[in-house]
Write a protein that binds this ligand. Sequence first.
Ligand code: B4P
Length: 190
Amino acid sequence: MLNIVLFGPPGAGKGTQADFLIKNYNLIHLSTGDILRSEIKEGTTLGLEAKKLMNNGLLVPDDVVIGMIKSQLEKNPTSNGFIFDGFPRTQKQAKELDKLLNKKSTSISVMLSLKVDDQELIKRLLKRGIDSGRADDQNENIITNRINEYNIKTTPLKDYYRLQNKLHEINGIGSVSEIANKLNQIIDNL
Ligand code: B4P
């Protein structure tokens, strides 16, 4: 199985690149952000709770997102592999993901980490806020909170995967297809 952690700050291009990777490698795309947004749209209890946190740029509790990933893994027992997009975002999430994959006799193959500076991230997200109306992309203070949450709680995960020789860092500035080519090369050389 090919199991990819697609990593990077908010606006780095994770969702954008995941679209290419799922097609090229026939993988199941698991985006915790997308799942949470669909819960919000459906007005579920989970969605109502998540909405308050997401609209302030804060992470949703670990147990909530771990539960979501667990049920998605159970729903797809025969997949070629998974792209984890926006998950894990904390040490606890990373450790629980390892346990869940271990139960399926598999593991993370690679972490692809997209590197983009804060100024470019803010520019991209504000633009998406205008184009899509996404609530957490509308306001620079919320975007800054998301970047801060990433720097404090999520960045340490690079060391978690570096220690396992699974981390690959990629410059996330450039055309979408240039970046997609770089990701494909890394995966093809695994
Ligand atoms: P996510 O949905 O994961 O959103 P994101 O970090 O903003 O990244 P996304 O993948 O959507 O954007 P992309 O970089 O592709 O998270 C949203 C919130 O959900 C979090 O803040 C948190 O509250 C919650 N959450 C999600 N997962 C969680 C977890 N595991 N634990 C706790 N809480 C969780 O693209 C951004 C923009 O850049 C797009 O408009 C795109 O067109 C543009 N772009 C992409 N590539 C580009 C390029 N090369 N050049 C120019 N523009 C580019």
